[in-house]
Write a protein that binds this ligand. Structure first.
Ligand code: SF4
Length: 179
């Protein structure tokens, strides 16, 4: 599956029951060849309305965070969610829903050729790695993964921004082969 086929498959997907809850599936956004993969858990209402993950104010904060570690948003980074359809009430996706959507993530990773992954929020880190652990580099098939805060949480709790900055610096070091 190339990028257009992948996006079309996501938009018409019925692999899990989230297809009955969504108003629109939300494919990832960003560079088709992106050294960084940024991963959140699920689209929210704004993402669904705009058809892109991490839309609105959290997306603007994310873009600024990426620029601060010399990552050009929508070019060097591909932003995606673990499930591409919004669970009603923004509940956490179930294990079955995560498993059903995982092949799309695997394909996104293969197509983008990313060499580092940053997960946003506790659920995304836990779902991808089996445990959410900030402050360290975990390898997923040799790709360094660093877990940090979701930008929406940072907007609610700006006092966590310093810890998020430390996470991003760690991710940058891992990407550069220094961690
Ligand atoms: S969440 Fe993923 S697997 Fe489930 S319907 Fe949406 S695109 Fe398909």
């Amino acid at each position: 599956m190339d990028w257009p086929a992948l996006r079309a498959a996501v938009q018409s997907c019925t692999r899990c029951t989230l297809c009955q809850e969504r108003s629109a599936a939300v494919p990832g956004r960003g560079g088709d060849s992106a050294p960084w993969l940024v991963l959140a858990t699920a689209p929210n209402g704004d993402d669904e309305a705009q058809g892109r993950p991490l839309a609105g104010a959290p997306g603007q904060l994310l873009d600024n965070m990426l620029k601060a570690i010399q990552v050009v948003p929508d070019k060097d980074a591909y932003v995606a969610t673990l499930v591409k359809c919004r669970p009603q009430g923004d509940r956490a996706p179930t294990a079955d829903e995560l498993a059903a959507c995982r092949p799309y993530l695997e394909r996104e990773l293969a197509l983008a050729g990313s060499r580092a992954i940053v997960t946003l929020g506790h659920t995304a880190g836990k779902a991808l790695l089996g445990a959410a652990a900030r402050g360290k580099v975990v390898r997923l098939e040799q790709i360094p993964v660093v877990a940090t805060y979701h930008p929406a949480d940072l907007l609610r709790k700006p006092e966590d921004k310093a810890r998020a900055w430390a996470d991003l610096c760690l991710a940058r070091s891992a990407f550069d082969g220094r961690a």
